[in-house]
Design a protein around this ligand. Sequence first.
Ligand SMILES: Nc1ncnc2c1ncn2[C@@H]1O[C@H](COP(=O)(O)OP(=O)(O)OP(=O)(O)O)[C@@H](O)[C@H]1O
Ligand SMILES: O=c1[nH]cc([C@@H]2O[C@H](CO)[C@@H](O)[C@H]2O)c(=O)[nH]1
Length: 310
Amino acid sequence: MPASAHDVLVIGASAFDIKTRIHTKPESGSPVPGVIRVQVGGTARNIAENLARLEMSVALFSAVGAHDFGPFLIERTAQAGVDVSQVLVSPEFRTGAYLAVLNHRGEPEWSIDDMGVIYLLSPAYIQERRAWFRDARAVIVDANLPPVTLQAVAELCRRHNIMLCADPTSTILAPRLLPHLRDIWIITPNVAEAEVLCGHPIRDDDEAMSAARELVARGVRMAVITLGSEGLVYATRRESGRVPALGGDVVDITGVGDAFTAGLVFGLLNDFPVDEAVRLGASAAALTMRSTETVAPDLSLEQLYDHLVL
Ligand SMILES: Nc1ncnc2c1ncn2[C@@H]1O[C@H](COP(=O)(O)OP(=O)(O)OP(=O)(O)O)[C@@H](O)[C@H]1O
Ligand SMILES: O=c1[nH]cc([C@@H]2O[C@H](CO)[C@@H](O)[C@H]2O)c(=O)[nH]1
């Protein structure tokens, strides 16, 4: 299979997000009025779209169903500038989906994932595309990937000495990253995911900082623990720091973590110092929380720099 040279390969889920907002809780099976939005999502796909909007050359390795919203999802992703040529389109599987009920602060009260199609991304799928890894400067995975596939990606990144960035995606999926901490260069858990990774509670900023350092001691080169409206803490082998969240109205929090990861990787690949790369991530996250969409449609380099607070 001929490979194309891209700066970044993003490997993991594509999904459609069904987000609902209700003003009164349903008491019985009867419907209550609310707002229902169907949008493009999936952690890896979101990160790839954010990176393309930041003018990075990026390819998505993912899988969708053929007979539902899958082809639409791929088309929208391609329109944003992502190379989608390697996305599998399966006639047998449903496209991944994420259903969230958001509260008045735009945060999920509860959510459901249906990501079975991801099992098509087997180690064989990765091996067939190993030539794509040769020219990549960074590979980003989400933890939707099956454990054996994460293993195959980690091995290829180690062999080619490629920056491997991992998004833990959810508390249920985060433990899949534990066997690979030594191969992961950058990990970006939120507090709940960091608690699962570290195996103990994180009660305040200081404990979050200790947890970031703990992840570095266990093998990652950089750990960023995002703290929602409190911002984030980060640690590398040489430095550590805290960055406050940027202000602004929160419309919908979905996808802020994915935007953060994209902004951070963009910064590091463009040789920004660690502290500034982290702030670029926070800037991308702030732009995203102001949009009803999972990926801010107006994200651009200009917007990113405009919102950057140094
Ligand atoms: N309510 C908020 N107000 C301001 N900034 C926020 C808020 N929530 C998140 N952010 C920004 O987004 C970053 C990532 O947020 P968070 O810790 O919620 O990630 P996450 O849980 O991975 O997100 P998601 O899973 O919804 O994509 C934070 O470090 C902060 O910069
Ligand atoms: O298990 C999963 N839940 C949610 C997501 C995605 O997270 C995104 C928000 O960060 C959202 O787009 C959803 O599809 C996923 O990829 N896997």
